[in-house]
Design a protein around this ligand. Structure first.
Ligand code: F6P
Length: 334
């Protein structure tokens, strides 16, 4: 997939920018870092990489990056800048001090690559201090309002699918029911994609769970139609024990059930081509928005375009899971 890039005119004489990755790491963050640094250098702007997310800003840990410092990172998972979930940055007086520090170093803007919490921090920094920020959606959850896609989502779905295909083999051999839990916090974007692409018999989404009776009924129906093994994909949701509890209950009701909680394996690994292209486009566009004098924005994608949306209209909002995705996963399973 390629998106149309915005046509932006340079109006700002920013000399230096800083960038950081924050929150849960996501495959493709390195591709975004590389794109920000290389686009900045191409526009005669210096780029400073902040270590460990907002914690690095709090403790003044940043280093000037050159072309070579982002060589050979495009294909690597994780984030070379490291990441963190900073508690200190949640304090307004800390954000004020950071804006002053950045200005003192002649840094004119900050690019933040992360999830909803990280983007909220970026927005607060700008509204409270006037320091220009741009946010990029970097999370495997794809739960950021205002953008269709986020850096890392496609890779996480493919990683989960690889695991599921393997689990299918053993489920078929033993004629078992496998419950596979995927990440996604309180949203089910990973679960829905994995459910459809992995041919799950049942997909359990946060807040839209089927009752236990209905699950048993679906499994028995599936058996009646000749299926000897089944796969249930579960979105992790808010209940950390859901998958194990359900597995226990199914065993008590005569099924041979086993649980596989995929966990952080979904966050690692080399980013897919899709995520590399997405991250490269968003990283490059972020610099051009800043140089065009635009900030306090999320740079994301909608349809076939790279877009920018005010952070104020994005943060804290729930991105709804299209009902038809869940419906399709269930329809194809039967
Ligand atoms: O937001 C990304 C994510 O991987 C979620 O899917 C998951 O719930 C959470 O982070 C796990 O966070 P941590 O790595 O801090 O345990």
């Amino acid at each position: 997939m390629m998106w149309t890039m915005p046509q932006l005119k340079r109006t700002q004489a920013i000399k230096r920018i800083a960038l950081l990755t924050s929150g849960g790491d996501a495959p493709g963050m390195n591709a975004a870092v590389r794109a920000v640094v290389r686009t900045a250098l191409e526009r005669d702007v210096e780029a400073f990489g902040v270590e460990k997310g907002y914690s690095g800003l709090v403790h003044g840990q940043m280093a000037l990056m050159d072309r070579a410092s982002v060589a050979n990172i495009l294909h690597r998972g994780g984030t070379v800048l490291k990441t963190d979930r900073s508690e200190e940055f949640k304090r307004p007086e800390v954000r004020k001090r950071i804006a002053e520090d950045l200005r003192r170093q002649d840094i004119g803007a900050l690019v933040v690559i992360g999830g909803d919490g990280s983007l909220t921090g970026a927005h607060l920094l700008q509204t409270e201090t006037g320091f220009p920020v741009i946010g990029l959606p970097g999370t495997i959850d794809n739960d950021i309002f205002g953008t269709d896609d986020s850096i890392g989502f496609d890779t996480a779905v493919n990683t989960a699918l690889e695991a599921i295909d393997r689990i299918r083999d053993t489920a078929t051999s033993h004629e078992r029911v496998f419950l596979v839990e995927v990440m996604g916090r309180s949203t089910g974007f990973i679960a829905a994609s994995v459910g459809i692409a992995g041919g799950a018999e049942i997909v359990l989404m946060p807040g839209r769970d089927l009752g236990f009776e209905e699950i048993c009924h679906t499994l028995k129906e599936s058996e009646r139609r000749g299926k000897k093994s089944s796969l249930i994909v579960i979105a992790e949701g808010e209940n950390p024990n859901l998958t194990n509890q359900l597995t226990r209950s199914l065993n008590e009701h005569g099924f041979q059930a086993r649980a596989a909680i995929l966990g952080h394996v979904q966050r690692g690994g080399s980013p897919t081509g899709h995520d590399r292209v997405l991250a490269s486009m968003l990283g490059s566009a972020a610099v051009d928005y800043l140089l065009a004098g635009q900030s306090d924005l999320l740079v994301g994608v909608r349809g076939d375009e790279v877009i920018a949306a005010p952070l104020a209209q994005v943060i804290g909002k729930k991105k709804e899971q299209p009902r038809e995705h869940i419906a399709l996963a269930r329809l194809l399973a039967t």
